[in-house]
Design a protein around this ligand. Structure first.
Ligand code: GDP
Length: 452
């Protein structure tokens, strides 16, 4: 491979096809894709529900189902059958929990859904953040069983934390699956009680009522997953129909190309494969892109989108790119591929607006955190507390506060232990937001408002 340099690049960018007009054609002929994350308390039944849904929609072959069935019976955990559809490795099966983010595609009447499965276990919240950071919409699963909804909804339960987390990561549309309705004999009163509690909580958390659908269902029996209930008080849509009503978010295809690397592996042929979601702009095979922060140019040999090789891909697409002319040491998780004409910034110091969750100890200047950004987590410090602001209007309430307490919002300066490729939230939503964790808990979510 000839060494690519910025000067040799001038005038050599291969624009073989007009991607924007190809994209318009694709939009007319194909269903739009939406990235969906499943959230909720551990044991709410997320894996069972989504596994069963995929099965009913015909995305799991009979052979695979049979294998899962015999495997799960052998282990005496037949009830985990549907959950296993989402779990890939034997280790996860034996533990009976979805450990990593299993990715699956499925289709509803009008949409192609890219499922980012988020495990509910506390230890795995960092993974859930990776999933949530890529999500456009979410299904929040709650367990209707008496006592279980309550414990998931209490402070410390993940129902609240997950719902606020995805909201602060930019998710505005929710389907709330009120699951395990079989355990409460499909009680209308129970359903209404849960809806009332969630409605006021979600409204406070910044969701609009019209963007939320509440669906009673049972992941175990499969009721109201794909076919609507007959002879029931519930006359609304099934889970699949509710998912189908999600509005695809606008894709910033005309902004500069950005793709954040979520995985790196060796492909079969020459080159190195990287996986990620295109956050903005588009890319085509043969194109030269810049890797930041390494500041190295590389050439995109092939693009895999979905299950096929494609000549191009645009914002919103999940892709695997084969890169050539670059050393693997120059690529890291969280690196950003971008257009050399409009590169992304590299910085370790940012000003951000943060929303603080339900924390015990107040945050003071010098507070150490783990900065979670796309698929990266780096030690960082909240260096300065600039002002406390109103959660809703953003107006300054107090300048230079000495500490920040739970459920408040503030403007702060954050210093990260190493430079990362970051962007302003106003330029690129996905590359401009992050989460802060401390001692195993998510303490805040934030948006970058200035690169310092
Ligand atoms: P996750 O941790 O949220 O992914 O939950 P799982 O899907 O692993 O389910 C947790 C437990 O609840 C398992 O024992 C399931 O068999 C059970 N479960 C899941 N869905 C239902 C349901 O609709 N009804 C009943 N009765 N049990 C369910």
């Amino acid at each position: 491979q000839p060494q690519l340099t910025r000067s040799s690049l001038k005038g050599k960018q291969l624009h073989l096809i007009d991607v924007l007009s190809e994209y318009k054609k694709r939009q007319e002929s194909e269903k739009p894709t939406i990235n969906l994350v499943v959230i909720g308390h551990v044991d709410a039944g997320k894996s069972t529900l989504m596994g069963h849904l995929l099965f009913l929609l015909g995305h799991v072959s009979k052979r695979t189902m049979h294998k899962y069935e015999t495997d799960s019976q052998k282990l005496g955990k037949a009830s985990f059958l549907y959950a296993w559809i989402l779990d890939e490795t034997g280790e996860e099966r034996n533990r009976g929990i979805t450990m990593d983010i299993a990715q699956q595609q499925f289709e509803t009447e009008h949409l192609k859904i890219h499922l980012l499965d988020a495990p509910g276990h506390r230890d795995f919240i960092p993974n859930m953040i990776t999933g949530a950071a890529q999500a456009d919409v979410a299904v929040l699963v709650v367990d209707a069983t008496i006592g279980s909804f309550e414990s998931g909804f209490e402070s410390g339960g993940q129902t609240r934390e997950h719902a606020l987390l995805v909201r602060s990561l930019g998710v505005t549309q929710l389907v709330v699956a009120i699951n395990k309705m079989d355990t409460v004999s499909w009680s209308r009163e129970r359903f209404d009680e849960i809806v009332t509690k969630l409605k006021s909580f979600l409204k406070q958390g910044g969701y609009k009522e019209g963007d939320i659908t509440y669906v009673p269902c049972s992941g175990m029996t499969g009721d109201n997953l794909t076919s609507t209930l007959t002879d029931s008080w519930y006359k609304g849509p099934s889970l699949a129909q509710s998912i189908d009503r999600f509005r695809p978010p606008p894709r910033p295809v005309e902004k500069p190309f950005r793709c954040c690397i979520a995985d790196i592996f060796k492909g079969q042929g020459a080159g190195i494969c990287v996986a990620g979601k295109i956050e903005s702009g588009y890319v085509q095979s043969g194109e030269t892109v810049l890797v930041v922060p390494a500041n190295e140019l590389t050439s995109v040999k092939t693009i895999f989108g979905g299950d096929d090789i494609s000549a191009w891909a645009v914002a919103g697409d999940q892709v695997v790119l084969t890169l050539i002319g670059i050393d693997q040491t120059k690529l890291a998780l969280g690196s950003v591929l971008c257009s050399p004409e409009a590169p992304v910034s590299i910085t370790s110091l940012v000003r951000a607006r943060i929303i603080i969750f339900n924390i015990e100890l107040p945050i003071t200047a010098g507070y150490p955190v783990i900065f979670h950004y796309q698929s990266v987590s780096e030690p960082a410090v909240i260096k300065k507390l600039l002002s406390q602001v109103s959660k809703t209007s953003g107006d300054v309430i107090r300048k230079k506060p000495r500490c920040l307490t739970k459920n408040s919002s503030a403007i702060v300066e954050i210093e990260i232990s190493r430079p990362l490729s970051l962007e302003l939230y106003s330029d690129c939503k996905d590359l401009g937001r992050f989460m802060l964790r401390y001692a195993g808990n998510t303490v805040a979510a934030g948006l970058i408002i200035k690169i310092l």
